[in-house]
Design a protein around this ligand. Structure first.
Ligand SMILES: *Cc1c(COP(=O)(O)O)cnc(C)c1O
Length: 390
């Protein structure tokens, strides 16, 4: 149904295949295997001669429904769901790369993604060059004869730096490589990387796609030639999404655009307010004209998104005071929830890197990241004002 309908309709309707009971809401198929009418049917299913479900390590109807719906929203040919965001990235790498291949990745990637490329895949002869995310020339300079994959994340966490998706796509394609974009922060509701030239999108569905902090999940969406390779890895290695989690995420997709727009609007209001607060030295939010890449952000995203970072004067002590004075906002590193969260990156998400690397990455002791949810902005302002005034 992808061609005929608006994404708002696809978010609600794509992927529905009713059972013989004609249920209205999407069914949850909690089953690990599927039965066959007879031995010949079993043989045909196993050989792939006949399409259909065999075993839930590779397909399950609820997981398939979620994959179809997310593919429709990203404008992708196909989608493969995985157990988590990290397993989506691992599965993509295992599907596309082999020993001797080279990856160019933007710096400032999600911490576990940096570890995966920098410390784990490197053990198997896959080398990654991390380049300055916002410097298009650096991507070109990092090219090697065996560069197969470009991997970027935009906006970045926590400084909300924007990577020029179309620009990196051009560099990647000139080199005959594939561009993968981690679209976790914007989701297809705000940014459609495939339309900007990316070949494949990866997701941590744990974040906004679920949207209420309940389950882990991930996905790879893009050209079928790529997702078919991902499926081959997944059916053998097994980082499969559970049907229950798929069902939660499937239902989350129905409200995705409304949540993203409302959370972005809250974030913009909070960011504007933070810019005016004494004691706040800098606000990082792509929706603000003061963001150094505001124009690029507004070109490739529908809004600034729901993550706001800011620096308080007075270093760690002042930052922790803001965190500890909150009564509404949750002190947790997770994001993408209707509940607003606050984290001090220097001592949590970025606590394990050396102080020098942290400074180089722009993560100061006074930096705080707020993932804005759906509460009243007035209550969120009051929650932060308490610690800022202290
Ligand atoms: C959380 C996150 C991941 C990893 O996802 P999990 O579901 O936690 O495995 C990857 N990329 C980004 C940008 C994230 O925020």
């Amino acid at each position: 149904m992808n061609e005929q309908f608006d994404p708002d309709t696809l978010a609600i309707r794509a992927g529905i295949e009713r059972s013989q009971f004609n249920e209205h809401s999407e069914a949850l198929y909690l089953t690990s295997s599927f039965v066959f009418e007879n031995a010949a049917k079993a043989a045909a299913r196993f050989s792939g001669e006949e399409e259909g479900n065999v075993y839930a390590r590779f397909t399950n109807p609820t997981v398939s429904a979620m994959q179809t719906r997310l593919a429709a929203l990203e404008g992708a040919e196909a989608c493969i769901a995985t157990a988590s965001g990290m397993s989506a990235i691992l599965s993509l790498a295992m599907a596309l790369l082999q020993s001797g291949d080279h990856v160019v990745a933007s710096d400032g990637l999600f911490g576990a993604t940096q570890q995966l490329f920098g410390n784990i895949l490197s053990k198997f002869g896959i080398e990654t060059s991390f380049v300055r995310a916002t410097d298009l020339g650096a991507y070109r300079d990092a090219l090697r004869p065996r560069t197969r994959l470009f991997f970027i994340e935009t906006p970045s966490n926590p400084l909300t730096e924007i990577v020029d998706i179309a620009g990196v796509a051009a560099v990647a394609h000139e080199a005959g490589a594939i561009l993968a974009v981690d679209n976790c922060f914007c989701t297809p509701a705000l940014q459609r990387p495939l339309e900007l030239g990316a070949d494949v999108v990866v997701h941590s569905a744990t974040k906004y796609l679920d949207g209420q902090g309940r389950v882990l999940g991930g996905a790879v969406a893009g050209r079928k030639a790529v997702t078919d390779e991902v499926l081959k890895f997944l059916r053998t290695a097994g980082p499969t999404l559970s049907p229950f989690n798929a069902w939660v995420i499937l239902k989350g997709l129905e409200t995705l655009r409304l949540r993203m727009e409302a959370q972005s609007a809250n974030a913009l209001e909070l960011a504007r307010w933070l810019e005016r607060q004494p004691g706040v030295s800098r606000v990082y939010y792509p929706g603000l004209p003061s963001h150094p890449q505001h124009e690029l952000a507004m070109r490739q995203q529908k809004s600034g998104g729901a993550i706001v970072s800011f620096e308080v004067e007075g270093g760690r002590e002042a930052a922790w005071r803001v965190v500890d004075a909150t009564r509404v906002i949750s002190i947790t590193a997770n994001l993408g929830d209707t509940k607003t969260t606050i984290t001090h990156p220097a001592t949590t998400t970025h606590g394990r890197i050396t102080p020098e690397a942290r400074t180089a990455a722009g993560i100061s002791e006074g930096l705080l990241r707020v993932a804005v949810g759906l509460e009243s902005v007035a209550d969120l302002k009051a929650d932060l004002a308490r610690g800022l005034r202290g």
